[in-house]
Design a protein around this ligand. Structure first.
Ligand code: SF4
Ligand code: SF4
Length: 281
């Protein structure tokens, strides 16, 4: 039986062969000797798992349970990610599994692991709304012809873009993402640059871009598509923070006290105050 770590590219190289309690199984399987990978975002290679129980012990949200695997060569019970979608991506299980049988694959925390389709739809709608609304406003002018809102929209767009690009700019350099993983898989808390102004500059940027689209186009369609996604994005951020507290512990709690979630005006004031305080020391 293989003692290699779980294949990081299993989603590309393997096929889904079924489901157990709603959790995907990636083949090949040939029970009881070959059991495949269980889970998509919290993935455990059952052919490597030795049933040591470390992951069950360290998981802060207790999403694992035991499953009997009588007759399997490496162990007669395996860790099963029953509540996969509850994962807060702290990577404790992945780091501590002694045989590297676990792979945590990033996905936005608020989205149920089985609902990638809905996530993709929201992501496409976001880009369509943001770009479509701006193009509409430029080509045809604002629907209600409210010029002040139209020009305000351009300011919101500029500020939004500044925040929106924060994540690809800062995460690779400051967040030290895990090798071979998404740049969202940071190992160090990023609290400089725009992250010293708000805790979620990327999400704030997205919300501002959608708001800009509404202001520039002044079209009802931009508002109908934009407002629910803005609400979802905000709720996603609130949920994500619970995971970040677990991941970064007291450092994140201190960061929360220092830097507001998305209120960038308050964030700029606080940041200037901190700078002034440093200078006077
Ligand atoms: S820590 Fe690894 S080997 Fe131990 S039960 Fe969990 S998946 Fe299996
Ligand atoms: S990454 Fe953290 S929350 Fe997710 S399954 Fe592992 S231990 Fe649990």
């Amino acid at each position: 039986m293989s003692c290699l770590p779980i294949d990081p590219d299993f989603q590309k190289k393997r096929k889904k062969v079924g489901k157990e309690k709603g959790i995907a199984i990636w083949g090949p399987v040939d029970p009881p000797k070959k059991l495949g990978i269980h889970g998509t975002h919290v993935a455990i290679d059952w052919d490597i798992c030795t049933g040591c129980g470390v992951c069950l012990k360290v998981c802060p949200v207790q999403l694992y349970e035991w499953m009997e695997t009588t007759g399997h060569p490496t162990s007669e019970k395996k860790a099963f990610p029953t509540r996969e979608s509850d994962c807060v991506q702290c990577y404790k299980c992945e780091k501590q599994c002694p045989v590297q049988a676990i792979r945590i694959v990033f996905w936005p925390t608020g989205w149920n692991a089985g609902k990638e389709g809905i996530y993709s739809l929201a992501a496409y709608s976001f880009f369509l709304q943001a770009i479509g609304g701006i193009i509409y406003g430029v080509l045809f002018g604002p629907y209600f012809n409210l010029k002040i809102l139209f020009y305000l929209g351009w300011i919101v767009l500029a500020v939004g873009l500044l925040f929106f690009i924060s994540l690809p700019v800062y995460f690779p350099r400051k967040g030290k993402p895990q090798e071979g993983k998404s740049l969202m898989d940071t190992t160090v808390l990023v609290d400089s640059g725009t992250f010293a102004i708000v805790r979620h500059p990327y999400a704030l940027g997205g919300i501002l871009l959608m708001s800009a689209s509404i202001l520039v186009s002044q079209h009802w369609l931009a508002a109908i598509v934009g407002v629910p996604i803005i609400v979802l994005m905000y709720l996603e951020v609130v949920k994500e923070e619970k995971g970040l507290i677990i991941k970064f512990g007291d450092d994140y709690k201190r960061y929360m006290q220092k830097v507001p979630r998305m209120n960038f005006i308050l964030g700029i004031i606080r940041s200037l105050r901190r700078r002034k305080k440093k200078e006077t020391l």
